[in-house]
Design a protein around this ligand. Structure first.
Ligand SMILES: C[S@@+](CC[C@H](N)C(=O)[O-])C[C@H]1O[C@@H](n2cnc3c(N)ncnc32)[C@H](O)[C@@H]1O
Length: 192
């Protein structure tokens, strides 16, 4: 799916995702001291805005200009600032090391997502976190939600990178109404 298709999806509805931060993102950032954060594939910015509200200096990166415009409006309504960048995460490079690099629900085929993950990992400062939340392959067999395409679904194992400490790496349940969606949740820390 390219940027113009994502633009069309975002233009077709007032809010494609939620205003509130993702439940796993909210849980994992709870214990982190605010610093510099990057939200890759930030969409309408629900997680970037939550981070900014908690005192982080946040850059939100996405290749959908329509999504970023909505993020700008949501951030203004909440009274927070986010540096929005309309860029492909596959060509993006960090301006500075980040204390947190977040990727939430990025849907790419394996070679591209490995590339995005490498770029994300390279941007993490010593002592900083890399947090990946994604639709997990388990949804194909007993979950709900997320795209029904095996090639864009993640597993925790592929996101556990050498040289990082593992704070969390699991396929975790997320309630969707009465149903369960399965998410890959991987939180890594770069040693000091
Ligand atoms: C499912 S949405 C998730 C948005 C956001 N992370 C969230 O959790 O609300 C996936 C996002 O990835 C973005 N995206 C997909 N491929 C991208 C790429 N190569 N570069 C930048 N953004 C990309 C889309 O525009 C879309 O906003």
């Amino acid at each position: 799916v390219d940027a113009s298709e994502w633009d069309q999806r975002y233009a077709a509805t007032e809010l494609l995702w939620s205003k509130a931060a993702n439940v796993f993102v909210a849980a994992e950032i709870e214990g982190l001291a605010p610093g510099v954060a990057v939200d890759l594939a930030c969409g309408e910015g629900r997680n970037a805005i939550e981070l900014a509200a908690r005192g982080w200096r946040v850059t939100g990166v996405d290749f959908s200009a329509v999504a970023l415009d909505k993020g700008r409006q949501l951030a203004a309504a909440r009274g927070v600032e986010v540096d929005w960048r309309c860029t492909d995460v596959l060509t993006w490079s960090a301006d500075e090391p980040a204390d947190l690099v977040l990727i939430a629900y990025l849907q790419l085929a394996p070679p591209q997502r490995a590339q995005a993950l490498r770029a994300a990992a390279g941007a993490v400062a010593p002592g900083g976190s890399l947090l990946l939340v994604a639709h997990d392959a388990r949804n194909l067999v007993d979950g709900t939600g997320g795209p029904p395409y095996p090639e864009v679904l993640w597993t925790p194992a592929e996101a556990v990178l050498p040289g990082f400490e593992v704070r969390r790496a699991e396929t975790a349940p997320r309630a969707v109404g009465e149903l369960t969606a399965w998410d890959t949740v991987v939180h890594l820390r770069r040693p000091d």
